[in-house]
Design a protein around this ligand. Structure first.
Ligand SMILES: [Zn+2]
Ligand SMILES: [Zn+2]
Length: 135
């Protein structure tokens, strides 16, 4: 039985609102160099099974690497999502969810590149580990 649930969120100005099918109330913390530039340090993201965005034309997509795009709000500049075109992986930024306080950290990725780290017993994957996993 799936524990997936529908959750809602919006960007800072509210021009972008979304409905997301979330498989688990878990978030990943990414320390990669691109996320540092994009989010000023740690990047908190939630894996999504299905995403429906309202006011899609307010989303700007930026091709951040060969296989991935990042979306942000044209009006307020909030970072909204990361999409890997190769793996079809979709992640949405945790801070945009209405119920973001109820999520727990599942892993830190690219942990050895981090500007700082989080306390807790979650998993940590270094850049080398991530390369082995195909990222
Ligand atoms: Zn906005
Ligand atoms: Zn990253």
């Amino acid at each position: 039985m799936s524990k997936s649930e529908v959750m809602y969120g919006r960007c800072l100005c509210g021009d972008i609102e979304f409905e997301a099918l979330v498989p688990a109330r878990e978030y990943y913390v990414c320390h990669c160099n691109m996320c540092q530039k994009w989010s000023s340090g740690l990047h908190f993201s939630v894996k999504i099974e299905k995403l429906t965005i309202r006011a899609d034309d307010n989303m700007n997509m930026f091709q951040s690497s060969e296989h991935a795009q990042r979306g942000f709000c044209r009006r307020c500049g909030s970072n909204v999502l990361y999409r890997n075109d190769k793996s079809k992986l979709y992640v949405v930024n945790l801070g945009l969810f209405d119920q973001r306080q109820n999520f727990t950290a599942v892993a830190e990725i690219f942990s050895d590149l981090g500007l700082c780290s989080l306390e807790g017993s979650h998993k940590r994957f270094s850049q080398k580990d991530m390369t082995k996993l195909g990222f």
